[in-house]
Design a binder for this molecule. Structure first.
Ligand code: NAD
Length: 258
């Protein structure tokens, strides 16, 4: 039972692929607190999964949104404007890099691979925030993105996704400054490793997962629920003084030197 009451609030969640998605854990925390939810899916392949999961929230709009398409991004916010006329929260839980760019030598990253990873994983936050801000202006809002500590430190095989996360975290700060005067907060959760569809695409992910468990101050991996609950706190009024911040939900791993 959540003690934060989000009834009357609305949230757009981008990035649910399946039940293991961090976006789904965030949806569960926001939904249990009474928040109305809207979901997007990337491509027909994931439509069925998202529709099945979102059936728990019967009046939730479910929309196609591949973030490489400006038209699909526009379509999402046009529909939310029609159905809700406002938006309180947006959760950006999207990342992609080609498999070949998540293993081997970083210096061999192709121009196209670089563009793809940074376009989908970082530029999309900028483009979506621009659109979301128009629906958040009346009452203020909160935007959340998802990062990993490889934005600042070296993780073998994380390669171009580390560059994308560094860009994403910068975008969070820049957007926080720009949207702050409109009452819109922009923050980022930097999560410890969780076994999701995307994570399993990183070569050596299991080693990363085990290393985090052994070397974190809490001596364990995180639960997706902990990411969800931090998102709930950040979106709620309890987080009203926080913007432009990267909050680590990683069992403390980021403080370690060895
Ligand atoms: P996931 O595979 O469940 O979610 C990734 C999502 O990105 C999917 O829903 C996928 O459809 C979406 N996506 C990819 N390309 C897209 C595109 N072109 N248009 C729209 N959507 C697209 O994996 P996840 O681990 O839940 O990842 C969510 C976020 O959390 C990502 O930003 C990821 O980098 C971040 N993160 C994950 C971990 C982890 O260990 N799992 C740790 C830290 C941060």
């Amino acid at each position: 039972m959540r003690t934060i009451d989000m009834s009357g609030k609305t949230a757009l969640v981008l990035g649910v692929a399946n039940q293991r998605s961090l976006a789904w854990a965030i949806s569960e925390s926001l939904g249990e607190a009474g928040c109305r939810l809207a979901f997007t899916y990337q491509g027909e392949r994931l439509q069925e999964n998202v529709t099945r999961l979102a059936a728990k929230y019967p009046d939730a709009p479910i929309m196609a949104c591949d973030v490489t398409s400006d038209e699909q991004m526009d379509g999402v916010f046009q529909r939310l404007d029609r159905e809700w006329g406002r938006l309180d929260f947006m959760v950006h839980s999207i990342a992609f890099a080609r498999r070949a760019d998540l293993e081997g030598e970083f210096r061999k990253t192709s121009r196209d691979g670089w563009h793809t990873a940074l376009d989908i994983s970082a530029y999309s936050l900028v483009a979506l925030s621009h659109r979301a801000a128009k629906l958040m202006e009346k009452t203020g809002g909160s935007i959340l993105a998802m990062s990993f500590v490889a934005s600042q430190r070296v993780f073998p095989n994380y390669n171009v996704m580390g560059s994308a996360k560094a860009a994403l975290e910068h975008a969070v700060r820049q957007l926080a400054w720009e949207l702050g005067p409109r009452g819109i907060r922009v923050n980022c959760i930097s999560a410890g490793p969780v076994s999701t569809l995307s994570a399993r695409g990183i070569s050596g992910f299991t080693g990363m997962y085990t290393h985090a468990r052994k070397h974190s101050p809490l001596q364990r991996n995180i639960e997706p629920r902990e990411v969800g609950d931090t998102a709930l706190f950040l979106c709620s009024d309890l987080g009203s003084g926080i913007t432009g911040t990267i909050i680590y939900v990683d069992a403390g791993y980021h403080v370690m030197g060895m």
